[in-house]
Write a protein that binds this ligand. Structure first.
Ligand SMILES: Cc1cc2nc3c(=O)[nH]c(=O)nc-3n(C[C@H](O)[C@H](O)[C@H](O)COP(=O)(O)OP(=O)(O)OC[C@H]3O[C@@H](n4cnc5c(N)ncnc54)[C@H](O)[C@@H]3O)c2cc1C
Length: 290
């Protein structure tokens, strides 16, 4: 399949890109790596008449720090996330997750901004951003606003992003040094979207979990913050009974569809299994400093 006809714009600045989006309204869409949007256009599930390529906009690039936050530009590619020593040191869950997305060719073009703005429940970064309590910086005609990743997702492909807004950056508070992290993803084969996956960020003090955040991928129309599962592990040493309780709490909020990756019952069960594995791995890493 080839996409329907469209006009291609390549603005050199954010202001210019926003102006093109404003001029063409619902007919215009930002284009980042194109690895979600172009396949959807080929399948005729999206038919924008104007594509606004963000690739030449310098303001959207790079990975930096501002105070106690890491700031990742929207067009930073998944390959750049993997290569970044700063992220490996301060937010290792990002490299771990990016390495589980698709394959090297897709990661060379696919961007963090596209992955989180897309609203596809199969995308891996949204749950990670919820576990990290990231903020999405959205720029529109009225200026910039920050929307927490935990409030951004409203339904499958429905988000808080307005048609005339561009996600410019993701701001992530750096968790305490020595924190535990894990992204456990079950997939049928290399390059596949998750059957179920779980992101965990936690801190340990005196041999017990001091704080925790857990989020789930692809077991509902949106990523899910598993608040009860996180609450259940705080104050524990993540013994077998605690892991079982956390898994049950994750399963209780999962609402997957039956699809090519398995039945709803199987995928819900796997949300529990991924949660127990991710919690155990994050806890072990925090204890050993790995
Ligand atoms: C075969 C295959 C396997 C894949 N497997 C996985 C996987 O396992 N896990 C996973 O997470 N992803 C997977 N992907 C998706 C891939 O990671 C995409 O690249 C990514 O989801 C979208 O990023 P992009 O930069 O390509 O965005 P695009 O495709 O360019 O855009 C996606 C959507 O986001 C919007 N958008 C993009 N950037 C912005 C912005 N800055 N502001 C506002 N709106 C924006 C676009 O308008 C569009 O609606 C796979 C893709 C393919 C083709």
């Amino acid at each position: 399949m080839i996409p329907g006809p469209f006009i291609y714009h390549r603005p050199g600045s954010l202001a210019e890109a926003l102006a093109v989006l404003r001029t063409h309204g619902e007919e215009a869409r930002p284009l980042a790596g194109g690895h979600s949007l172009i396949p959807m256009m080929k399948l005729r599930m999206a038919a924008p008449e104007h594509l606004v390529d963000l690739g030449a906009i310098k303001e959207l690039r790079g990975i930096g720090e501002a105070g106690a936050e890491i700031v990742i530009g929207a067009t930073a590619t998944q390959a750049e996330l993997i290569k970044s020593d700063r992220l490996a040191a301060k937010l290792p869950i990002i490299r771990e997750t990016a390495l589980q997305i698709a394959d090297p060719q897709i990661r060379a073009k696919g961007t963090l901004g596209g992955n989180v703005a897309n609203g596809d429940p199969g995308n891996d970064m949204p749950a990670v951003m919820q576990a990290l309590n990231a903020q999405y910086m959205l720029q529109g005609a009225g200026g910039e606003r920050a929307v927490p990743a935990r409030d951004f997702y409203q339904g499958s492909y429905f988000t808080a992003l307005q048609q005339d807004e561009i996600l410019v950056a993701v701001r992530i508070p750096v968790p305490a040094a020595g924190h535990g992290h894990a992204y456990e993803k079950l997939k049928r084969k290399v390059g596949d979207y998750a059957t179920a996956a779980t992101a965990v960020i936690l801190t340990v003090s005196g041999g017990k979990v001091a704080s925790a955040a857990i989020a789930l991928t692809n077991v509902a129309p949106t990523p899910l913050l598993a608040e009860e599962a996180a609450r259940l592990i705080v104050g524990t040493a993540c013994d077998a009974a605690t892991l079982k309780h956390a898994a049950e709490a994750a399963k209780a909020i999962a609402d997957p569809a039956t699809d090519g990756r398995g039945t709803a019952a199987y995928r819900r069960e796997m949300a529990g299994v991924m949660t127990a594995r991710a919690v155990a791995k994050a806890f072990a890493r925090a204890k050993t400093g790995a």
